[in-house]
Design a protein around this ligand. Sequence first.
Ligand SMILES: [Zn+2]
Length: 143
Amino acid sequence: MRGARTFRSAGGTTVGAIFFATVLSLFAANEILKVQGQVSRLPGPGTNLVYRTDSGVTYNLKRTPASEALFVDTNLWPKHLLLAGNLLGNSFEVTGNLRSIKDGKVHELLYYCDVCSVSSSVPGLCVCCREPTVLTERPEHDN
Ligand SMILES: [Zn+2]
């Protein structure tokens, strides 16, 4: 009982702090950029990628869960990509789903399992049936 009361009295403060932090992060967050370009690998050990934009600027591609597929699936390297993300100095951090431009249209890049009709943002085995997933480009808008 005493635990419940303590939790409740702390609740107001927590909600206030979360609200304050949200407002702060809205102001502090970098603008999300949508940039077309292509990835290429830097020479040397390990997998280090750069993102070469159509305008000719090159950024280091940050390896995060959102960009992981680009580091492990070389099939993505020749593609004309549309990446959404933040600029952190000379680095580009992908924040959204991976997209490509194909036949002048935006496509979602995903890894699809035909057996289960399950898609994933990273290559590998299906989380459901453990069969290999297939890289799929799906038109973002059917129009
Ligand atoms: Zn499956």
